[in-house]
Design a protein around this ligand. Sequence first.
Ligand SMILES: Cc1cc2nc3c(=O)[nH]c(=O)nc-3n(C[C@H](O)[C@H](O)[C@H](O)COP(=O)(O)OP(=O)(O)OC[C@H]3O[C@@H](n4cnc5c(N)ncnc54)[C@H](O)[C@@H]3O)c2cc1C
Length: 504
Amino acid sequence: MDDFQVDVLVVGAGNAAACAALAAREKGASVAMLEAAPEEERGGNSTYTAGAMRVVFNGVDDLVQLYDLTEDEKRDVDFGSYSADQFLDDMGRVTNYRCDPELTDILIGRSFETLKWMRTKGVRFQPSYGRQAFKVNGKYKFWGGLAVEAWGGGPGLVDLEHKAAVKAGIPIHYQTPAVSLIEEDGVVRGVIARHKGRKVRIGAKAVVLACGGFESNAEMRTRYLGPTWDLAKVRGTRFNTGAGINMALAIGAKPHGNWSGGHAVGWDMNAPEFGDLEVGDNFQKHSYPLGIMVNANGVRFVDEGADFRNYTYAKYGRVVLGQPGQFAWQVFDKKVAHLLRDEYRIKQMTKASANTLEDLVEKLDDVDARAALEEIRRYNAAVRTEIPFNPNVKDGRCTTGLTVNKSNWANTLDTPPFEAYAVTCGITFTFGGLRINTGAQVLSTDGDPIAGLYAAGELVGGIFYFNYPGGTGLTNGSVFGRIAGANAAKAAKSESQPKRVAGT
Ligand SMILES: Cc1cc2nc3c(=O)[nH]c(=O)nc-3n(C[C@H](O)[C@H](O)[C@H](O)COP(=O)(O)OP(=O)(O)OC[C@H]3O[C@@H](n4cnc5c(N)ncnc54)[C@H](O)[C@@H]3O)c2cc1C
C-alpha cells in the first residue's frame, strides 16, 4: 500500500466507524476506512453483537418506520413503548447519574432518527422476539425497553454497513492499523498506519477515531480496571487494544469517564481467550435472574433478580471476577428450563445436570458441594411462593431472611432435572476514553477541541459508568459516529475553501 490522501479518514471499521464514514461521504467528502483486522475478522465488537439497539419509540407506529410488521403482529404483539424519559431514567439509574448530561441527551434524542437514517443506507432491523419478549398466555410481550435489533444480528449489521460503504465508494483498508496521529501546529493532518510490516502515511483533512476501547489489552485492563482483570476473557475482537485512545492522548487529548469501569458479563468458564465468531455472543449466560448463582464456597453472592437482566448483566461480570477462582455456577430447575435464552442451547458449554440436587452439587467442579446443597435448601425455604411468578414484569417474588436476598423471580429449585452452567468474567468493552464535545470533536487537556480530530463509539469516555443499559453501545456508536462523520466532512470542506485574507 502506498501513501495516500483523503478528506476524511475513519480509523476502525465497526458500527461507529461505518456510520461516521457514511455520514462523511453523504456530505460530499472523500472517505477511507482503516481496519486493523483482516477482512474475515472485520467489524470489531459490532460483529460479535446480537445487534440489539436501544431506541426511543412511542409505540408500533414508530417501529414500523424501522422494520416491517404484519397486520397480525401489529395487532397481537405488545411492543409497548420506550420514551426519552424512560431512556434517560435508565441511563441515570445505572450510571449513578454520572453520565454526561449533554452527550446523553444527544444519544437519546437522536436515537430514533439515527436508526431511520441507517435504514436509508441499507441497514435492516427486526423485532427482537428471541431475547426481549416472553410469550404469556399465547401473546408476545416485550420488556426492558428493547424492541429493535439489527437484521442478521451483529454480522448482518456490519455486512450491510460495509456493503453501503462500498456502494458509496468508501475503500476499507484491512490489516492496516493506525499507529499514530500526524499533527502539525496543533491540527491533525492524518495518521501513520502499518500495513504488512511497512509504515504508510495517510494524509487527511480530518480524522475520526472509531477504533474501540482497551478491553483486548490485558496490560491496560490491569492498569486501569485493577488486579485480576488480566484474567478476564474477552467477549469480542482481539483488535481493540486502546490504540486510538493512546494515540490521541499522545497529542494532548483529555482522558475522560470511568477508566476503572467496563462492561463485563457472565461468560462460559471454558470460552477461548477472545471472541469466536462461530459462537458470537452465545458464550454469555444471561438467564441468571431465573435461577441462582453459587461460588466456589457454595454460597450465593449477588441478588440475581435485582432488576431485569438488561440492567444487571453488564455489572455482574465484575462480581463473578471477584469470587474465589473467578467463577460461579448458575443453577436452574425444570420449571424455568423453557425460559432460558437461546445461548443455553449451544454445544460449547460447561454444563452439569442431574436428577437430584445431591447429585448436581457433586458435579459442580471446584465447588464445596455440601455448602452448596445447604445454600440451595436455605434459598428454597426463603422463597415467598405465595407471590405469583411472572418473567415479564418485576414480579416481586422474592426471598426473605437470607444474607443475600433475591428480589424478583425467585423460584424454588425442586423440579428435576436440575441444570447448572459454569461462568467466569467476560469483558465486553471499557468505559473510559476520550472527552468529546457535542459535535464529537476530541477535546484537549486544556478543554479546547483538537482541530481535525473527532471520535465516536467505545473509545469515548463519559457516557457509561459502572453499568450500562443493554443495547446502548451500538446506538451510541451510530449516533455519535454519524455526528462525527458529518462534522469531519464539514471541517474538511472548509479546509478546502480558499482562505479569506484579512481585508479582502
Ligand atoms: C459479544 C458481544 C455482544 C454485544 N452485544 C451488543 C448488543 O446486542 N447491542 C449493543 O448495543 N452492544 C452490544 N455489544 C457492545 C458493542 O459491540 C459495542 O458497544 C459497539 O459495537 C462498539 O462499536 P465501535 O464501533 O465503537 O467499536 P468496534 O465495533 O469494536 O469497532 C472498532 C474497530 O476498530 C478496529 N481497530 C482497533 N484498533 C485499530 C487501529 N489501531 N487501527 C485501525 N482499526 C482499529 C477494530 O478492528 C474494529 O473493527 C456487544 C459486544 C460484544 C463483545
